[in-house]
Design a binder for this molecule. Structure first.
Ligand SMILES: NC(=O)c1ccc[n+]([C@@H]2O[C@H](COP(=O)([O-])OP(=O)(O)OC[C@H]3O[C@@H](n4cnc5c(N)ncnc54)[C@H](OP(=O)(O)O)[C@@H]3O)[C@@H](O)[C@H]2O)c1
Length: 418
């Protein structure tokens, strides 16, 4: 790199994150960074910079040898993968915020870095401003972790907070979140817990060295939640939060899932409200740590992109140090959790009980109608996940995921067979 010359950055995408990053760099000339080229998609769109600042062909940035590094912050995961993988094949340094792309292509992107010598950093992709990727990758590179869990989606957390504060229904809280810009017009990725699932998959690579297949991780969202569920939780002194979790199992394997969870005040996540995100790291030797911050927005996310750009200048690469000792993933088979299940239609709820192998005694009634509680095999939640989602059944877990308890007689029978 040219001595004392500013680091030349090619910025691909100039939306919420791109503009946030640009603005932060403009405010700090002492950083010696220069965003020399910007690529966007749509000609003629009103922008805060003159039209001559932009190109509409991101490939021109890939072909420009004067750029020292690229920042990819577009909203199209397929195109982002094409651009980022092409840049890595050139051995370039790249920062990205695209969690959907990373969750699907991480093994390939890591391989491209090893093969061609480029570097990819992506702090902004997980929990916006919270420095969790680097913390897990670098600081905890050799520390065994019992669990990494958290609230990884600010939009659904905002809806849950407002429902809890106002006693309002889901649709009302969602409409408010959308009006304030805290939720997308199409809320399905956030409310259905697909977005936090991508983030959990990314963190698994750094916390445990495991590359999980994103489509194999169970994600249950809050589309079916009602004021009755919030009220039931409150009556137990609890709140409902969408918790993404990576947990070491007693046998040593790793499990991962994202579901609504009932939490009491003893949980650090209990107080994470509105659009905020929070991460709890339970480390074998260091003990438990908690990080909280803004998970989205132009400046918080742009700040994480800036941290990556400065780290790329210093030559930082992720270590993925736990790859050689990665545990096996055990995602659904042989696991169970304590579930709370509700649907306003008693007939649907009875049907759901059979799917989830809950006995009739699991059914209860309160002022709002019927609901069920009891131990449910994770495999059954997985098998019926699409039906649960399309029928608007609300499922929350209470406590930890655990291996299914083998009845004493069954264990004996197995032992006798050996
Ligand atoms: N928003 C957040 O708070 C946040 C937080 C964490 C991570 N992220 C991630 O950051 C990325 C960007 O999000 P965003 O909210 O900034 O999106 P956005 O506001 O929708 O902006 C997307 C930008 O990408 C440009 N673009 C799309 N396709 C392109 C292409 N093929 N070539 C060049 N430019 C292209 C768009 O161009 P036009 O301007 O011409 O339409 C626009 O400038 C996404 O991966 C998102 O998941 C966002």
């Amino acid at each position: 790199m040219r001595e004392n010359n500013p680091l030349r950055i090619g910025l691909i995408g100039f939306g919420c994150v791109g503009q946030g990053f640009y603005n932060i760099v403009e405010q700090q000339p002492g950083l010696n960074l220069a965003i020399t080229r910007i690529a966007v998609k749509t000609p003629g769109k009103a922008r805060p910079l003159p039209a001559e600042c932009f190109t509409y062909h991101a490939d021109e940035l890939l072909a420009d040898p004067d750029l020292d590094l690229l920042v990819e912050v577009i909203d199209d995961a397929t195109e982002a993968f094409r651009l980022v993988s092409a840049a890595l094949r050139q051995g370039r340094r790249v920062a990205t915020a695209n969690k959907a792309m990373l969750a699907r292509h991480l093994p390939e992107l890591v391989q491209l870095q090893a093969e061609f010598g480029g570097t990819l950093l992506y702090e902004a992709a997980v929990c916006g401003s919270i420095p969790v990727v680097r913390t897990l990758d670098q600081y905890f590179s050799h520390e065994p972790l019992r669990a990494v869990s958290g609230i990884f989606n600010g939009s659904s957390n905002y809806v849950l907070t407002r429902m809890s504060e106002e006693g309002s229904d889901y649709a009302v809280a969602l409409a408010e979140a959308q009006a304030l810009g805290f939720a997308e017009t199409d809320p399905s990725l956030d409310m259905g817990a697909f977005d936090p699932r991508s983030k959990a998959v990314i963190l698994a690579a750094h916390a445990y060295g495991v590359f999980l297949a994103v489509d194999e991780v169970l994600n249950l969202g809050i589309e079916g939640i009602a004021a009755a569920d919030i009220a039931w939780a409150a009556a137990q002194g609890q709140k409902i939060k969408v918790v993404a979790g990576l947990y070491r199992l007693p046998g040593g394997g790793l499990t991962a899932l994202v579901t609504p969870q009932l939490l009491g005040p003893e949980s650090a996540l209990y107080g994470v409200e509105r659009e905020f995100n929070g991460v709890v790291i339970e480390a074998e030797f260091a003990g438990t740590q908690f990080l909280q911050g803004r998970g989205a927005g132009g400046h918080p996310t742009g700040s994480a992109v800036l941290a990556d750009v400065l780290a790329l200048r210093r030559g930082l690469r992720y270590a993925y140090a736990k790859r050689p000792t990665a545990p096996d993933a055990q995602l659904t088979h042989g696991l169970e959790l304590e579930a709370y299940v509700r649907h306003p239609d008693a007939g649907v709820l009875r049907e759901v009980l059979t799917w989830l192998e809950l006995p009739p005694e699991a059914l209860h009634t309160d002022a709002h109608g019927s609901f069920a509680t009891g131990a449910v095999p994770v495999q059954q939640l997985w098998a019926w996940r699409q039906e649960l989602r399309s029928l608007g059944v609300f499922v929350a877990r209470q406590g930890e995921v655990r291996p299914v308890a083998v009845p004493a007689g069954a264990a004996l029978a197995t032992a006798e067979l050996v």
